[in-house]
Design a protein. Structure first.
Length: 198
């Protein structure tokens, strides 16, 4: 397999794995923050704090426990992806019109059915914006995996810096930028389909 293609696949695996775990955990936190308002500020505040910690610093902190390679990269990127998803989910759930919920309750719908058939479907398109942000951040952040032996397109940047090879640096940087743009484009298109189904 072509070396460049192999690095692209490694990069996507890193970003995709982190996005999956980050979306699952972030969605759960967002739902908990919505359902239990008392926990909203501590949960969202903690995640917002985690976002401002540089990903490279998180990677370095994880090295003594997880060693080098893919594991610390996935954990650091998952922490990065959780925050935008959780914030978007909580915001989207609050944005569901109250009169819609009241009308459904007046028709005798149960609390579970209200969530399953009304609240969550209406909140999904808006919550998807958090997944878009998390995906782009995961693709960009996966670059740092190369600094701990995690592979991906960041290896071109590391190699370019080590050998002062501008061509390598540009190859890695442009490829990562293209992947991030394609990710944003694909997820934005999917969000438009959810908002305006044909």
């Amino acid at each position: 397999m072509n070396d460049f293609l192999l690095h692209c696949l490694q990069h996507l695996e890193l970003a995709g794995g982190a996005l999956f775990f980050g979306s699952c955990i972030g969605t759960l936190i967002g739902v908990i923050a919505y359902e239990i308002p008392l926990l909203a500020r501590p949960c969202i505040g903690l995640l917002a704090t985690l976002r401002v910690i540089p990903s490279l610093a998180v990677l370095m902190l994880l090295l003594p426990w997880l060693g080098i390679g893919v594991k610390p990269a996935i954990v650091a990127l998952t922490l990065l992806a959780m925050a935008p998803v959780a914030i978007a989910v909580e915001s989207a759930l609050h944005a569901v019109p109250g009169d819609v919920r009241e009308a459904a309750c007046a028709m005798g719908i149960s609390a579970w059915e209200l969530r399953r058939r009304i609240t969550w479907p209406l909140a999904t398109p808006r919550a998807w914006s958090g997944v878009r942000i998390a995906a782009v951040e995961a693709v960009a952040g996966a670059t740092l995996a190369a600094f701990v032996g995690g592979g991906g397109l960041g290896e071109y940047i590391v190699e370019g810096l080590a050998t002062e090879d501008v061509g390598k640096l540009l190859e890695g940087a442009l490829a990562i930028a293209a992947l991030a743009w394609l990710t944003e484009f694909a997820l934005a298109s999917l969000q438009r389909r959810m908002e305006y189904p044909q």
